[in-house]
Design a protein around this ligand. Sequence first.
Ligand code: UDX
Length: 431
Amino acid sequence: MKILIIGTGYVGATTAMVFAEIGWQVTGLDIDAGKIQRLRQGRLHFHEPGLEDMIAKHVKSSRLQFTTDKETAIKEHDVIFLCVGTPSLPDGSADLRYIGQAAKDIGRSMKGYKLIVTKSTVPVGTQEQIKKWIAAAQQEAIPFDVASNPEFLREGKAVEDALRPDRIVIGTDSQRATEQLQRLYSSFVCPWIITKPRTAELIKYASNSFLATKISYMNELAKLCDELEVNVKEIAEGMGLDPRIGSSFLQAGLGYGGSCFPKDVSELVMTSRKHHVNLRILEGVIEVNRTQYTYLLDKARLRLGGFAGKNITVLGLAFKPDTDDIREAPAIRIIDQLLLEQANVQLFDPIAALPGHASYRAVKVCSSAEEALRGSEAIILCTEWPEFGQLDWKKAKRLLRQPNFFDGRNMLDAKRMRGIGYYYQGIGGDH
Ligand code: UDX
């Protein structure tokens, strides 16, 4: 079986690497000629630890190829994975235009049986819709199957997550498709769920929304912890030892960001509304996350007596460490607000960059944490990059105008920071 991957973003590039790694012949297809050009040279267009080396290895071995020629690629491949983006529309529902375009391209160009598999996160019912799109685009009736195989990889950990998944979820309505997918993944040792397409589609949304719920719950609890002078990190530790709860995703902070959680939670709420079901918990999860970044800003504003004319250091821009992705990053909202209130923003992130908008021209983008700390009146830590934990904060204090530290990720030790003379505040984590 020859595998075609349509879309070479995070999910597509990683999926292509995984199938090449386990021995299949893989082609990555994208409409962006620049991306394809780089990938052909074994270079990635985004930062993901370890992925570029793996891609380069398989480009060299010729097990992995890249093309922009969709017609030939569709004709020549038996199994087609859809890994294109499904961004949010203004109302919060998923925009399926790229999925629709790929389905039409497949319908138009296919000459024999194809198995089409969605890896992109798509709303419940999309498998049925894709079938209609393909059938409508065909000139003559040629058999095909459409299956759902959601991807659960995390950015920053894409290689390890994709090579050692904790489960493989396959939604199909065809025996032939099931058998082909079992063959494709036969070298993976992990639990399998083989189910209806709608179930597979919903498992993905339900999983991400549940994780987002854990985070918003802890973020709310953190505010209560502040009032009760209790450390939310200890609460999380105590809760996490219960295997029914689990210790991950209990870190309070500035709120969740990234390309998945915000859009997936919104889409699930939209789907539930369409079906006249009120998912009140998720409405609450969204609302908590929408305003979470203001919690620490309010504390900082109070401490400084306003931001106007003050030098504020923002440490970290990416929505989480080990990525250059700034989509829905809380740091962006914080910078926007600081600029609105006429602060002088001094920013450092090890790899992520601000968008090129004119509005960010006022931000002083620094090439080291030390540079960003010089003359600062308050530090707001937005991303828990390990190097911020390793910095010599005692020495760094000499660079500051005022040692005010607002830790948006509860990363540093409150007692230690106070011991060396900082005014330190976290989010429920500084007691
Ligand atoms: C997520 C899912 O984990 C993954 O399974 C899915 O396929 C895609 O979406 P990702 O977006 O890469 O992956 O990020 P993740 O590591 O899950 O973190 C999401 C956000 O939650 C980040 O902004 C992170 O800072 C925040 N977070 C995470 C918390 O605020 N607290 C936590 O305890 C964990």
